[in-house]
Design a protein around this ligand. Structure first.
Ligand code: EPZ
Length: 422
């Protein structure tokens, strides 16, 4: 088990490079199952979650390997459409093999995804979508079993909205099931996240016919077969936002390469409101703050609204604002595991229902803290770089799921983070 020891406060300077998007790469690795042959994602990030997906695909019969040309998925053989409990429970995103396996094999058995520290993770909308395409679903001791009719899936008009708005992986699953269905599928209330658009563009590069990409209404004309593809994913906008927050919390200027501010307008709006300078520089952006952190209200929403995956990082930043902020979580109401940990560092945060009142304080004080989910862990690293003293973050494996050697990237620009195996 690794921990991080972080000396603060530190100033940062220089440039960091954002990796390929984890949340693009995961469904696109699953999409490779739709086409016999070898697909390649040249810039698939080397993360624990990606390695979990690799193991899952190999358990289905595919072969996956990484070399300097990227991640290669050989889906020539997919002869075991069973998402094993021990593999699926590790990572929620495993659910996105449902659509491709239904389309490719006509049958899939996948364990119900477990909950995680950001709350329960239902898949009812995923199942509503594939049922509309003709799949029969039943539960079998903790497994979802989905079977397509003998003649395959048939296109349909499907509303995919839920109590929290659209669903990212639900849209991915239904899209991947529909691309090989007979006839046309219309998905209304589709998720519009850039990572969903990236998957749709990848599917079209494989020979699919998807229109309305990036909009809440997708029209998919089923085709007979798809071909393997070489497809680089977009930059990780959440990693980019995390690095901008790092610059702001440490009163620094950073160049952040490989991020597209067009995918982050709700985020840059809030950063600029707080007083952070964020400017595009052609191959990414430059972020700087040298002065007070202004308070700001944040409400997480489906894209193009403010992303829930940056809620914890912004809460760490706003903990140092000169005034009160309100952070409201509308996607995962339980996604506040970082509140108690930040309060251990002398933040002044009070949970009020779906919101947290953030009373800004002069400074944070180092403390031993516990990582809980991927993005909460990132918030604790940011807080540790700004706090006075040595912060110890336990359970660093959470952060390794979504950030490739974050301590190496941050130390290169001036942070003092030591990874220690205990
Ligand atoms: C994706 O999860 C991301 N994961 C999450 O990022 C991200 O936080 C989330 O989208 C929201 O943007 C990946 O892309 C791998 P949802 P997903 O279905 O698709 C409810 C990270 O840190 N819902 O869009 O699982 C659900 O409970 C991760 O990288 C249903 O009610 O999220 C939630 O409240 C964390 N029924 C809301 O919808 C369903 O069938 C949005 O969830 C599906 C979802």
């Amino acid at each position: 088990m690794d921990i991080f020891e972080i000396d603060g406060p530190t100033r940062l300077s220089g440039s960091v490079e954002v990796a390929g998007s984890k949340n693009s790469a995961l469904p696109i690795i699953a999409a490779a199952l739709l086409a016999p042959g070898v697909s390649n994602i040249p810039n698939a990030p080397d993360l624990a979650d990606i390695r979990s997906m690799q193991m899952l695909l190999e358990s289905l019969g595919a072969r996956v390997h990484r070399d300097k040309a990227g991640l290669h998925v050989d889906a020539t053989t997919v002869d075991n459409p069973v998402g094993d409990y021990d593999l699926v429970r590790k990572m929620r995103a495993s659910i996105c093999i449902l659509g491709p396996l239904l389309a490719r094999c006509g049958r899939v058995k996948i364990s119900m995804p477990g909950g995680c520290s950001i709350g329960d993770r239902p898949v009812d909308i995923h199942l509503r979508g594939v049922k509309a395409l003709g799949a029969k679903i039943h539960l079998e001791n903790g497994y979802i079993v989905a079977e397509a009719p003998a003649g395959g899936l048939t296109g349909a008009e499907i509303f995919l909205g839920g109590p929290f708005g659209s669903t990212v992986l639900g849209t991915d699953n239904v899209m991947m099931a529909a691309v090989l269905a007979k006839g046309t599928t219309v998905i209304e209330s589709a998720a519009c996240e850039p990572e969903v658009a990236d998957l749709a563009n990848c599917l079209n590069a494989m020979g699919a016919k998807i229109q309305g990409i990036g909009s809440p209404r997708l029209v998919i004309e089923g085709v007979k077969r798809l071909k393997p593809v070489v497809y680089p994913v977009i930059g990780d906008r959440i990693e980019a936002g995390t690095f901008i927050a790092a610059a702001a919390m440490t009163q620094s200027r950073l160049k952040i390469k490989n991020c597209d501010l067009n995918h982050m307008m709700a985020v840059t709006d809030r950063f600029r409101h707080i007083g952070v300078q964020v400017e595009s520089n052609g191959h990414g952006c430059e972020a700087a703050l040298d002065g007070p952190i202004e308070p700001a209200d944040i409400t997480t929403q489906p894209y193009p609204g403010f992303p829930t995956d940056l809620q914890a990082q912004f809460m760490a930043l706003l903990a140092l604002a000169r005034g009160n902020s309100v952070v409201t979580e509308k996607i995962f109401p339980d996604r506040f595991m970082h509140v108690a940990e930040l309060n251990r560092m002398a933040a002044n945060l009070r949970k009020e229902g779906p919101s947290v009142i953030v009373a800004g304080v002069e400074k944070l004080i180092a403390a031993p803290v516990m990582a809980s989910d991927l993005r909460a862990s990132a918030a604790l690293v940011l807080a540790g770089m700004a706090a006075e003293g040595k912060t110890v973050v336990q359970r660093v494996y959470h952060i390794d799921r979504g950030y490739y050697r974050i301590e190496e990237k941050l130390n290169k620009v001036g942070a003092k983070i030591r990874r220690v195996s205990v």
